[in-house]
Design a protein around this ligand. Structure first.
Ligand SMILES: Cc1ncc(COP(=O)(O)O)c(C=O)c1O
Length: 391
């Protein structure tokens, strides 16, 4: 069980706010903040290159930490400045041919979908959206029926940005494996919220961010690429770090996943990411998941009790992202009034998950995303605020 008093003592942000925007950016725990500020201070004292040299071991250890988090080898991890860049590095490595098909899910994230649209335009690739089952999750049976020899990539979002849905990522992985189709999983909203194991998921590539449920700093992310897939993927852009210049007419791609990185980096942020990962691992991802599920479910139950409040989450076992709307109230106005009461939530617009939002005729929805360090009282404060709005 998570020691709530301890994790709250580690979280300075709770003194100022009720933070229910962990799907946006979670509050960093003290060890993350301390590692980063100490690193920055050292940079200012002895120089950036010199600090990196001094901290080399710690910086290298970040790869091992991230690898442990997702059940991979450190050589299969590239660090990135966000999840989108990580995802793009994998996606744009594919040499798509006219007629190739990409299979995706209805709740796909906008950044990914516009990239599909781009290759549809430039390479005459076809995008096919797998239908949902009766719970609103991607239907693995329907996916399998859609497979033919033109399917070049399966790319789905595990947990979408706009609600609690958890897509059956491991079921998709089994099908991808069975048919030998590369599988790119957007795990941005899953890492830090639940255990992630790339072998169990059966994905070849996985992208994630640092600032959300992992509680790392902004401007961090990572990409996992399975060893067997690495040699098949040439990064869409390279520099002399990804591909050392070994002869006047030749470069050699790095053999590891760091071929998707470039030379210059924010090392303080990287270090912060590593500490955030270690922090989550020390608490235990099973424990974190149990607490997140419990808080998410409590919040949904309480919100559903309010007249005029609609909870929009799909799936049988939704995560800690709770999406809802209040009849007669614009989501942005509610968010602003909550902010005045020092309660942080965010909103999700249709344009961030356009297919899903259109299919369900969703308005801009409020998104409340508790994390393990939140209390039941935090949730009740949000519910009480909404009760006052509807009464
Ligand atoms: C499902 C999903 N994928 C990808 C991203 C993009 O992450 P980043 O902002 O780190 O690039 C987000 C961010 O909200 C997301 O919710």
């Amino acid at each position: 069980m998570i020691d709530l008093a301890r994790v709250r003592a580690d979280t300075p942000g709770i003194e100022h706010r009720i933070h229910l925007n962990n799907a946006g950016a979670a509050l960093m725990p003290k060890p993350v903040l301390e590692a980063m500020t100490a690193y920055l201070k050292r940079e200012s004292e002895i120089g950036g290159y010199e600090t990196a040299a001094e901290a080399q071991q710690k910086l290298d250890a970040v790869y091992a930490s991230v690898a442990r988090l997702v059940g991979a080898d450190a050589k299969e991890i590239a660090l990135a400045e966000n999840a989108t860049i990580a995802w793009q590095m994998a996606f744009y490595s594919f040499a798509f041919q006219p007629g190739d098909r990409i299979l995706t899910a209805r709740a796909e994230y906008a950044a990914n979908y516009v990239a599909f649209l781009q290759v549809a335009k430039t390479h005459s690739v076809k995008i096919d959206v797998v239908p949902d089952d009766e719970t609103g999750a991607l239907d693995p049976g329907a996916l399998e029926k859609m497979i033919d020899d033109r399917v070049r990539l399966i790319a789905i979002t595990w947990i979408p940005t706009n609600g609690g849905l958890v897509n059956p990522a491991a079921e998709v992985g089994k099908i991808a494996r069975k048919h030998g189709i590369p599988y790119l999983l957007d795990a941005c909203q899953a890492v830090g919220q639940m255990p992630v194991d790339v072998d169990r998921l059966g994905c070849d590539m996985l992208s994630a961010t640092g600032r959300k449920f992992l509680r790392g700093p902004r401007g961090t992310g990572f990409l996992y690429v399975r060893q067997a897939m690495l040699a098949k993927l040439h990064p869409p852009m390279i520099d002399h770090f990804a591909a050392p210049w070994v002869a006047p007419d030749r470069y050699e791609l790095r053999p590891d996943a760091r071929r998707f990185e470039s030379w210059e980096n924010n090392y303080a942020a990287r270090l912060g990411l590593g500490v955030a990962v270690d922090y989550a691992l020390a608490l235990g991802l099973d424990e974190i998941e149990a607490r997140c599920l419990e808080l998410g479910n409590t919040l949904r139950t309480e919100l559903r009790r309010l007249p005029g409040v609609r909870v929009h989450d799909l799936g049988l076992r939704p995560s800690a992202i709770v999406s809802f709307s209040i009849d007669g109230h614009q989501a942005d106005a509610v968010k602003a009034s909550l902010a005045d009461a020092r309660i942080n939530v965010s909103t999700s617009r249709a344009s961030s998950t356009l297919l899903d939002a259109t299919a369900r005729a969703l308005p801009t929805v409020l998104r409340a995303s508790p994390h393990y360090y939140n209390t039941e009282d935090d949730l009740l404060a949000l519910v009480e605020h909404c009760r006052r709005l509807v009464s």
